[in-house]
Write a protein that binds this ligand. Structure first.
Ligand code: 7PM
Length: 300
């Protein structure tokens, strides 16, 4: 199993053997999730202000129907989020986040065996969401809020720790890195170590370099070109590129017209080692990542 104690340099010095990545993800209260093929995590925003679906899913019945449609299109995970991480968005009180996500999680859980993930940074939301049926905690803040890491560990859920420079409010204010890949990898490595120290199993930790979170186009292109370096952390790798501004910059297209760019990016990310792709357009992404998987280098 990975995470056997020796710190892993993500910079890949010659001669260092990276830890083998787990072939399945251990989840709260259910069978492990096989990672022998890439998976799609469908995005379900239950905020009244989401940039790409305009809060159309804030009614629990509508959100449930959207989740089941994504399952039918081939999503293996549904990521339910009640806080907007839009740059400059105002914070949502935990009670409000719970009111948004818990009824939706309960409804999906009652209708489907799909893996449910909760996109949150708040300890009380983590607790309530896992109790309602979520088995993965996806945190853009990497479980750095006071109490979040402990709440995730107590819940038994798997976690996805993502890299973000600063906070949503400030993350796009002139981000600078000497070497974006090594800095992001070093951050993820330290978050994984903290998760392990809090008692989270090595095969319950997913890492995500955080496309769109405190990086310029140049940084994004560098992370894509060198995506395989993140697999050396020894954890399953998740990426979210769907509808993001880098696709808009490269194509000149607004959010509603970024489908083809997004599926191209998903296929390439999978060909370079991504195990899970977070996407709004599930059906097209399922097809795209089949191509990416077929074009993967044989794994170490
Ligand atoms: C505004 C800006 C609204 C950004 C929504 C977003 C990721 C995530 C998000 C990701 C993981 C979006 C993002 N992105 N979680 N949550 N990885 N793990 O485009 O890239 O959906 S929110």
């Amino acid at each position: 199993m990975s995470g056997s104690g020796t710190p892993v340099a993500a910079t890949g010095e010659a001669g260092r053997q990276p830890p083998a990545r787990p072939t399945s993800l251990r989840l709260a209260g259910r069978l492990p999730l096989a990672l022998d093929r890439p998976l799609v995590m469908g995005v379900l925003n239950v905020t009244p202000d989401s940039f790409s679906d305009g809060g159309r899913h804030s009614d629990p019945a509508v959100a449930e129907a959207r989740a089941l449609a994504m399952v039918a299109e081939g999503a293996t995970i549904i990521d339910v989020g009640g806080e907007s991480t839009r740059p400059g968005a105002s914070p949502v009180p935990a009670d409000e986040e719970i009111r948004r996500v818990v009824p939706v999680i309960e409804r999906i859980r009652a209708q489907s065996t799909v893996v449910i993930s909760v996109d949150t940074s708040e300890p009380r939301v983590i607790e309530a969401a896992v109790r309602a049926g979520a088995s993965l905690v996806n945190d853009v803040r990497g479980l750095r809020r006071p109490g979040a890491l402990a709440a995730a560990a107590r819940s038994g859920a798997a976690v996805c720790v993502m890299h973000m420079r600063g906070e949503p409010r400030t993350m796009q204010d002139d981000p600078r890195y000497a070497d974006v890949v090594s800095e992001v990898a070093a951050y993820l490595e330290s978050r994984v170590a903290d998760c392990r120290a809090a008692g989270i199993a090595a095969d319950s930790i997913v890492v995500d370099p955080g496309f769109g979170f405190g990086k310029t186009l140049e940084h994004h292109l560098t992370m894509m070109a060198r995506l395989e370096e993140f697999t050396r952390l020894g954890c399953p790798l998740l990426v979210g590129l769907s509808r993001k501004s880098m696709l808009g910059v490269l194509t000149g297209r607004p959010v509603r017209e970024r489908l083809y760019a997004g599926v191209a990016a998903a296929a390439i990310a999978v060909s370079r080692g991504a195990d899970i792709v977070r996407a709004h357009d599930v059906g097209p992404t399922v097809d795209a990542i089949r191509i990416g998987a077929a074009l993967r280098r044989p794994r170490e």
